[in-house]
Design a protein around this ligand. Structure first.
Ligand SMILES: Cc1cc2nc3c(=O)[nH]c(=O)nc-3n(C[C@H](O)[C@H](O)[C@H](O)COP(=O)(O)OP(=O)(O)OC[C@H]3O[C@@H](n4cnc5c(N)ncnc54)[C@H](O)[C@@H]3O)c2cc1C
Length: 404
């Protein structure tokens, strides 16, 4: 029986295993994960899970019985430390070596760490996994002043969850606007207003020079403008790095992610890779990129599973992503960077609007707030290369679906 080893038990692996068994693979499969959890959904960690509206059981990608029923062997709380491609083995931190005929690397990403003095104080948190979220929940109970360093998606979702719990929240962002790498200035402005209206204190264009503490526990933050602000709990959300070292040390090409082709194959015919850890081509966008999104992890994993089964399923989709902050659901399709202009549909003051981004005459992306219809239609329009005129896009009465 063919032996497949999957390293990394996250979103991509959950989908990959599902696709393998659904596709009829009867391979002997072993899933290796360094966390103690079976694959689970990370998005709620900064949203409903953190604010206490969702239990840990609800996070699982598939129940434990799925792995038992499909005869998937698991090695949890166990890190893969090296790959010997010539011998086709993966060595684990517990000393075990697993043979493989085919290997999938779904190692995801890890948080970028803050390096200023005091970053190691107790009370300084990061958020990537369930254990981080449980640690943060326990720590901020009975503590009021929550400072979030980093105004990206995760940081802002944590800020919104903390406000929901009535905490005193400050967000510190080095750039001059929120979520600056992902959304346009107009959308950043909307979210700044949203957080401010909901009682969070947001400081843009502000750096952190030091975290200070008493008895080993954080108590304040020194800012780049010389001020010091008090903090009972600090949450750092300053980006994610791809977990590519295992692949790189095994001689696989890596460049901001494990290099794969449109079928999720590395240059070793026995190894595929999918999810946050990959740098992959996207023929619809005409370039290579690394994405950190559930959609990317799931869809690329389907291509990886197909490759493992000797089939070919091209991964070329218009990227999409979402973020929930307070009662505003941001849904993004396409990548708005490099657009020439945008057109607004709906009304930000009613928390219900979309921005349509154009390059020349072509619609390349839509960011929507509480407009799922625009998002759904936009996905199809962009994938089909159909562009409403700016006038049609700006008219909320114009049915976008009629163009499909
Ligand atoms: C708080 C939070 C909120 C998010 N919200 C959204 C959202 O709203 N929308 C959205 O689209 N995306 C969101 N994301 C991003 C999304 O969760 C990721 O894109 C997705 O989890 C990527 O899946 P993955 O399988 O590639 O990696 P992961 O889910 O990170 O899984 C990788 C797994 O591999 C393990 N691993 C790594 N190296 C090894 C090794 N050597 N040996 C064994 N195991 C290893 C890791 O511990 C991890 O468990 C969010 C992420 C976070 C952290």
């Amino acid at each position: 029986m063919q032996k497949i080893v999957v390293v990394g038990a996250g979103h991509a692996s959950g989908q990959l295993l599902d696709s393998l068994r659904r596709g009829g693979s009867d391979a002997h499969i072993t899933l290796v994960g360094e966390e103690s959890w079976l694959p689970y959904q990370r998005p709620p960690l900064s949203k409903k899970f953190l604010s206490g509206e969702l239990t840990v059981e609800r996070l699982a990608f598939r129940p434990k019985s799925f792995y038992e029923k499909h005869d998937i062997h698991t090695r949890l709380s166990c890190r893969a430390v090296s790959i010997d491609r010539a011998a086709q083995t993966v060595s684990l931190a517990n000393g075990e070596a697993l043979d493989y005929e085919l290997l999938a690397l779904t190692t995801g990403g890890r948080v970028r760490k803050l390096t200023v003095p005091g970053a190691g104080l107790t009370g300084v948190h990061y958020l990537r996994g369930i254990d981080d979220a449980l640690g943060l929940q326990a720590d901020w109970q009975g503590r009021d002043k929550v400072c979030v360093i980093g105004g990206g998606f995760v940081g802002l979702e944590v800020a919104a969850s903390a406000r929901r719990l009535g905490k005193n929240v400050t967000v510190i962002e080095m750039a001059d606007r929120l979520m600056g790498r992902a959304v346009s200035p107009a959308m950043s402005g909307y979210f700044l207003g949203l957080h401010t209206r909901n009682g969070a204190h947001v400081m843009c264009s502000t750096g952190v020079t030091e975290l200070v503490g008493t008895h080993g526990r954080v108590s304040g933050i020194h800012l780049s403008d010389g001020r010091e602000i008090p903090a009972d709990v600090v949450v750092v959300g300053i980006g994610v790095l791809p977990n590519q070292e295992l692949a790189r040390e095994a001689g696989l090409a890596c460049d901001n992610g494990i290099m794969v082709d449109e079928f999720a194959r590395t240059r070793d015919p026995k190894i595929v890779s999918a999810g946050d850890c990959t740098n992959h081509p996207n023929s619809l966008l005409g370039r290579r990129l690394r994405l950190e999104s559930v959609h990317n992890a799931l869809e690329q994993a389907k291509s990886a599973a197909a490759s493992l089964m000797g089939e070919q399923l091209v991964y070329a989709q218009v990227p999409w992503f979402w973020s929930d902050q307070y009662n505003s659901k941001l849904q993004m399709v396409g990548l708005s960077q490099g657009s020439d202009f945008s057109v607004q549909r709906g009304n930000p003051e009613e928390d219900k609007f979309s921005l349509f981004y154009y390059r020349g005459n072509a619609l390349i992306a839509i960011d929507s707030v509480n407009c799922p219809g625009d998002h759904m239609a936009g996905k199809k329009l962009i994938a089909a290369g159909i562009s409403p005129s700016p006038g049609q896009a700006a008219d909320p009465g114009f049915p976008l679906k009629s163009l499909l």
